[in-house]
Design a protein around this ligand. Structure first.
Ligand code: HEM
Length: 488
């Protein structure tokens, strides 16, 4: 049937379409539940390019490093991220920022934010993150369970939001974070679900709660912005300062304070689920291979040293840069559990797929999956194995984190080494590449180091690693995702 359909209806230059039974729905169920299996099966049938129907949209998958290059480096006139994402993101972030503005505005907004992502900023963030983690593990009821087991899908989103708001939004915003704020973030989060790609607005209470939460969270940031403006108190403390300082576009237009607040929401959201998922998976893998926790502890002792009181010296940003193992644990976690399994763009002009005679027409979408390539044996031997030490071999991929420009991260893979053509792209590539990579390494490295300094942990007796939940926005572990800890 599929073959007949392809012969009868297929345009000669069209990428082959995966067979589906139900119009509109298309392959939503098989793709949605197990995207990597879906890619693998269809790659076997069609090669690196195939299309499928997803809730009324035609998605053309472009696998492998060449596919990444084609999509991430697509010309601005050919591919649009805002057309692909804005229905989902605008109600959550608010108007006038990220995908609710022309791309050249987003490029400048990313530059404004960079003032909060410098090495000096990171130096000031590390002790704050340590403080937040210590407070959490010493006082939070989710941590202080009678059996010392913690559910990482609950604890790690909280650790992420506390550490990110304390550092990026500053002490004032963090100080106001209470139960009500947590509820607001949870309501806002409900708008950040795959379903919202398809139905961005319905007259349901949950959409109203999302919109109210957006206004109230932006309102909290606006209070801080107003106070700082009134007192002429704009420094170099955090993201709010960084954006307030620089937020005039090249053409002289200034961002409004509402837009500054919305941009802060967008940036925080960019790092929230991605980092929370990564720290949860890292802790699970470490609990599975506990010998790695010992290695990480030895690294802390070796680099930070022990003070006269017999305790480890406080962790610093500069120490973290000298700790290859903890950074390799993060890289390896992002290889196996790239938080975003699919990244896509709307096609705006006919696009010829290089090396084929396919043309993707406007109105279709192109999709890449760096996370799928991360599991390809061609690039990573024993690709299913969690082995941080693969990153410490002389031939391994290197991330040059000393350079602060997003364009200077080069993962050195020989022939396919540069930019968006690398087989290792957890942070994407091209103009939409992540600006939060270095922050994520600082945040994750500090959280993991603090855990290792304070605790030892394992998976609960008799349990193995949880399965991946591909149906949420990021590739979270499924419940239960527990570890059992003991204090050092
Ligand atoms: C973009 C991954 C953390 C802010 C991206 C993209 C990826 C990504 C794959 C490209 C999306 C696309 O091309 O459509 C990750 C991962 C993270 C992480 C794996 C953590 C482990 C962060 C953090 C922040 C952040 C901590 C903020 C401090 C952003 C922003 C963009 C972005 C602003 C740009 C969006 C654009 O230009 O379209 N991230 N991210 N991310 N990320 Fe991250």
């Amino acid at each position: 049937l599929n073959a007949a359909r392809q012969v009868l209806f297929r345009h000669p230059n069209r990428v082959p379409v995966v067979f589906y039974w139900f119009p509109w729905v298309g392959s939503a169920v098989t793709y949605g539940q197990r995207p990597y299996e879906f890619f693998r099966e269809n790659q076997k049938k069609y090669g690196d390019h195939f299309s499928f129907v997803l809730c009324g949209r035609v998605m053309t998958v472009c696998l492998g490093p060449k596919g990444n290059d084609f999509v991430f480096n697509g010309k601005l006139a050919d591919v649009s991220a805002e057309e692909a994402y804005k229905h989902l993101t605008t109600p959550v972030f608010g108007e006038g920022v990220v995908y609710d503005c022309p791309n050249e505005r987003l490029m400048e907004q990313k530059k404004f934010a960079k003032g909060a992502l410098t090495r000096d900023a990171f130096r000031s963030y590390v002790p704050k993150i340590v403080g937040e983690v210590m407070q959490y593990i010493n006082n939070n009821p989710r941590f202080l369970t009678p059996d010392h087991s913690i559910e990482l899908t609950k604890t790690n989103p909280e650790l992420t939001i506390y550490t990110a708001s304390r550092t990026l939004l500053g002490d004032e915003v963090r100080a106001k974070f209470d139960k009500r704020t947590a509820e607001l973030y949870s309501d806002l989060d409900k708008g950040f679900k795959p379903l919202n790609f398809v139905f961005p607005n319905l007259p349901l209470p949950y959409y109203k709660a999302r919109d109210r939460a957006q206004q109230q969270i932006a309102g909290q940031y606006l209070e801080v912005i107003n106070r700082r403006r009134r007192d002429n108190d704009i420094q170099d403390r955090d993201l709010i300062d960084a954006i307030m300082k620089t937020s005039t576009y090249k053409d002289g237009v200034k961002m409004t304070d509402q837009e500054i607040a919305n941009l802060c929401i967008g940036i925080l959201m960019g790092g929230q689920h991605t980092s929370a998922s990564t720290s949860a998976w890292a802790m699970l893998h470490l609990g599975h291979k506990t010998e790695l926790i010992d290695k990480l502890y030895e690294e802390q002792v070796k680099v930070s040293g022990v003070g006269p009181d017999g305790k480890l010296n406080p962790l610093t940003y500069d120490d973290l840069q000298k700790m290859p193992i903890v950074n390799a644990v993060i890289k390896e976690t992002l290889r196996i559990h790239s938080p975003l399994h699919s990244i896509f763009r709307k096609v705006m002009r006919p696009m010829a797929v290089p090396g084929t005679n396919y043309i993707v027409p406007p109105g279709h979408y192109v999709m890449v999956s760096p996370g799928y390539t991360h599991l390809d044996e061609q690039y990573f031997k024993n690709s299913e194995e969690f082995d941080p030490f693969r990153w410490l071999e002389p031939t391994a991929v290197k991330a040059d984190k000393d350079k602060e420009s997003e364009q200077t991260v080069d993962y050195g893979f020989g022939a396919v080494s540069k930019g968006a053509g690398s087989p290792y792209l957890p942070f994407g590539g091209g103009r939409h590449r992540c600006i939060g990579e270095q922050f994520a390494f600082v945040q994750l490295g500090t959280i993991l180091s603090t855990f290792v300094r304070e605790l030892k942990w394992t998976l609960p007796a008799g349990q193995s690693l949880p399965e991946v939940d591909y149906e949420s926005m990021v590739t979270l572990p499924k419940h239960p995702a527990k570890i059992v800890y003991a204090r050092r």
